[in-house]
Design a protein around this ligand. Structure first.
Ligand SMILES: Cc1ncc(COP(=O)(O)OP(=O)(O)O)c(N)n1
Ligand SMILES: Cc1ncsc1CCOP(=O)(O)O
Ligand SMILES: [Mg+2]
Length: 226
């Protein structure tokens, strides 16, 4: 993972993992994305075109979004990760892919995208699943949902203790997700999360998404400073 946890060495111990809004007008969103990524530190951007009920955009819309948005991410030195689709990630040259438990397993994602791409997996609240994927070679493991969210109908809640034990015992970076905001993120940072993945906290920020990035950066820095 880009700039992943440098606990005890240099650089931030926890960084922002930004996920796109569930839908957007591509022309308008590309300008907004550039402005947003200019708002502060973002480690990676995940393209996730998917509504709260799990309905995904069609392949043509995903392809068009990757072709337009990946260069913008790269101009800001932000890694570009595609949700759910190792096949399209490989075809389109994305930096990585995120796969959940219903998106095929880690090994087949890795076989599709190759050895150099980032592969992250959803592990809900399970250190067992995370350990299996980490040992198989996953670049990060994601735990969640930590807080209530209206962005996705979630079936699993995660506990801060899961993150704490993971960060004390394992080297593979962890991502925390689900209802995370600048106001509630401190315990996740202090539990050792390497990345905080957010949608609403940035895209629904009352002062706009660039301020949303800045607010998350400031909250992470403040929590890490305690
Ligand atoms: C970083 C990150 N973590 C978890 C998820 C959720 O993936 P999944 O469980 O497959 O659910 P969908 O996002 O596909 O609805 C994620 N996308 N990113
Ligand atoms: C994709 C996903 N997986 C678990 S919760 C969630 C939604 C995260 O969005 P938000 O940051 O708006 O709660
Ligand atoms: Mg998925």
């Amino acid at each position: 993972m880009p700039g992943s946890s440098d606990k005890g060495t240099e650089g931030p111990a926890c960084r922002l993992y930004l996920i796109t809004p569930p839908s957007f007008d591509l022309a308008a969103f590309s300008g907004q994305l550039a402005e947003t990524l200019g708002g502060g530190d973002v480690a990676c951007l995940q393209l996730r075109l998917k509504g709260p009920d799990g309905e995904s955009a069609d392949d043509a819309d995903i392809r068009a979004a990757v072709e337009t948005l990946m260069p913008i991410a790269h101009q800001h030195e932000v890694a570009f990760i595609l949700n759910d689709r190792p096949d399209l990630a490989a075809e389109l040259g994305c930096d990585g892919v995120h796969v959940g438990r219903e998106d095929g397993d880690y090994k087949s994602a890795r076989a599709t995208v190759g050895p150099d791409a980032i592969v992250g997996t959803t592990c809900h609240n399970s250190r067992h699943l995370a350990m299996e994927d980490a040992e198989a070679g996953a670049d990060y493991v994601a735990f969640g949902a930590f807080f209530p969210t209206s962005t996705k109908q979630v079936q699993h809640q995660a506990e801060i203790e899961t993150l704490e034990i993971w960060s004390e015992t394992m080297e593979v970076p962890s991502v925390a997700i689900g209802g995370i905001t600048a106001e509630n993120c401190a315990p996740l940072v202090q539990a050792g999360a390497d990345f905080l993945a957010v949608i609403g906290a940035v895209w629904n920020h009352p002062d706009g998404p660039a301020d949303g990035v800045k607010a998350m950066n400031d909250a992470i820095a403040a929590a890490a400073d305690v």
